[in-house]
Design a protein. Structure first.
Length: 427
């Protein structure tokens, strides 16, 4: 009890001086009986998004009808891209919102392979997101299975040895592709030395930013990243299944030929030419008609992060994840948990995983509490990862303390045993 009082007092002191504390009120659906630690999977709804969509539905679609394509919608994919660009260290005209992460990765990876047909090696690691592997495997099949997908192994299941990754890049490498922040452990790659080696070897670097955009500062230009993709429904708070984005370094845009070509990526789409000719610039990576309602839902989340500033977001994230690790040392490790994320904040994004043999049922017990206890929403990743997402715009330090002590209750009182091992469709 004394420890709990100590941590609560410490958390309240940090909350009292938190420069981002006012941002919580800019989201809907958050209340004192809910501690939402899954913003790294689906961010909550910004209040401004609800208002903006109402305008789109009633005025632009309801009254403007098809006229709104010219007045509001046609350039929305690139306007949003330019809005996002400062958050990822990109320039105007280098980012475009379209399709899903996997589709965008497939588009960029196929363009890279097409640009260097004599090279046969693709380098990734064993901690990458499976959907990225699937896209690459499909692409290799399309190219006659002549490419090798080299997966750099993890020695501990948490991190990747950066030197092993760098050493794997050679003159036969066409593409290096990995997740900036790893989805299970939160391990964060240092991209600059990887890009430097790839540049020397003549290879391209394609990075998945899905678990880092909006949670850590990103500087694609200075790091030398060639290509990137990312989703908008996590820390960008764009809504379930919201439109993804892609980045192509400006010098590369007109050198890369889209292999998945579509009419809105052509130079004159409304000439309806039967033969494809790509437009110059980032728009050549568009394919079909953009989903305007989904696209428009992304804007407010980006603006909130720009208003907060990524340096302040990252500072609070480190402060909160360090508090979480202190609580782990004092409370969770003695209960049989082990740390599934890097301890060093410089190698960690903004989510932390704890491993436990009963992680799945503990996760269920957190989400479905008895009366009088808060609902805490984390997520579970197989086989034994309880993953806590720290989204600094709406999570308080006190939320973190309350969540850890609730986990202690669940384990000590065996509350998780009331839940089955049966999994829902989405975990």
């Amino acid at each position: 009890m004394a420890d709990q009082l100590y941590f609560l007092e410490k958390a309240r002191e940090l909350d009292a001086t938190d420069p981002l504390s006012d941002f919580r009120s800019k989201f809907l659906g958050l209340h004192d009986d809910l501690i939402y630690l899954d913003g790294n999977s689906l961010g909550p709804l910004p209040a401004g998004t609800s208002e903006r969509l109402q305008t789109l539905l009633e005025d632009e679609w309801g009254n403007g009808l098809i006229r709104s394509w010219n007045s509001h919608w046609y350039d929305l994919p690139t306007r949003l891209g330019d809005l996002l660009a400062p958050l990822i260290g990109a320039n105007a005209g280098e980012v475009c919102f379209c399709d899903s992460v996997t589709v965008n990765l497939f588009k960029l990876a196929s363009a890279a392979l097409g640009a260097m047909p004599d090279r046969e090696k693709i380098v990734t690691d064993t901690l990458n997101f499976p959907s990225d592997y699937y896209a690459l495997e499909g692409l290799i099949g399309i190219h006659g299975n002549r490419h090798i997908l080299e997966r750099i192994p993890s020695d501990d299941g948490i991190t990747i040895d950066p030197q092993k990754l760098v050493d794997a890049i050679d003159t036969d490498t066409v593409l290096v592709t990995l997740s900036h922040v790893v989805f299970k452990s939160g391990f964060m790659h240092e991209l600059e030395p990887i890009c430097e080696k790839a540049r020397k070897m003549g290879a391209l670097v394609l990075v998945d930013l899905s678990h880092s955009v909006g949670s850590v500062p990103i500087d694609l230009s200075s790091w030398g990243v060639d290509l990137a993709v990312g989703c908008s429904y996590k820390y960008l708070n764009g809504g379930p299944g919201s439109t993804a984005f892609l980045y192509v370094r400006k010098e590369l845009q007109d050198q890369l030929q889209p292999q998945l070509a579509g009419w809105l990526g052509s130079d004159k789409p409304f000439d309806f030419d039967p033969h494809y000719k790509p437009i110059e610039g980032i728009r050549r990576f568009l394919v079909g008609t953009p989903p305007i309602v989904s696209l428009q839902a992304v804007e407010q989340g980006i603006r909130l992060l720009l208003e907060a500033g990524m340096d302040q977001v990252r500072a609070k994230s480190i402060q909160q994840t360090e508090l979480l690790l202190d609580l782990y040392d004092a409370i969770l490790e003695p209960l049989g948990f082990s740390l599934g994320s890097p301890r060093d904040s410089s190698a960690r994004g903004s989510h932390v995983s704890f491993k436990h043999s009963e992680a799945f049922r503990i996760n269920k017990a957190m989400i479905h509490p008895p009366e009088g206890k808060p609902c805490i929403i984390p997520d579970f990743r197989t086989p034994n990862n309880l993953r806590l997402g720290i989204a600094p715009l709406f999570i308080s330090h006190e939320d973190i303390v309350r969540a850890v002590y609730r986990i202690q209750e669940i384990v000590v009182n065996n509350e998780y045993t009331a839940f089955s091992h049966e999994s829902a469709a989405v975990t």
